[in-house]
Design a protein around this ligand. Structure first.
Ligand SMILES: [Zn+2]
Length: 135
């Protein structure tokens, strides 16, 4: 499966600027709470776990495993070339993100599969974090 050719619909806010800047630098970033130590993603003003406002940005190693996935055969828009596999990945730092799996045949995707981040530019201004099992 391949990355989208873009442009794809996306939204950012002042809160997520460090995340998107990181993607453009091929660096996966997430927030960690300085109060309780829990990883906080997607970014928010206050920790989901303890409500502390003391959150810092960290660099993720970009490795984790597939928690859940599906394979889409009929795309919503022309930019999404089927088949593609939206997935929830659990990062080793303890947070989850919604992404797409690339570089893997649809029939080979599996819960628990070890994956790593791989960045791809879609459209002119967005770099998205995808995940793959290839080294
Ligand atoms: Zn906290």
């Amino acid at each position: 499966m391949q990355p989208q050719t873009g442009p794809v619909p996306h939204a950012s806010s002042p809160l997520s600027v460090p995340f998107w800047d990181g993607c453009r630098s091929r660096e996966l970033r997430y927030q960690r709470c300085e109060g309780c130590g829990v990883a906080n993603f997607p970014p928010t003003e206050h920790c989901r776990h303890c409500l502390s406002g003391d959150l810092s940005w960290q660099r993720s190693a970009g490795r984790g495993e597939i928690y859940s996935w599906t394979v889409v055969h009929r795309p919503v828009t022309a930019e999404f070339a089927p088949p593609y596999a939206p997935a929830i990945v659990t990062l080793d730092e303890g947070y989850q993100m919604l992404t797409n799996i690339v570089g893997v045949a649809p029939e080979d995707v599996a819960v628990g599969m070890r994956v790593r981040v791989e960045f791809h530019a879609v459209g002119t201004d967005v770099v998205l974090p995808y995940f793959t099992s290839r080294e």
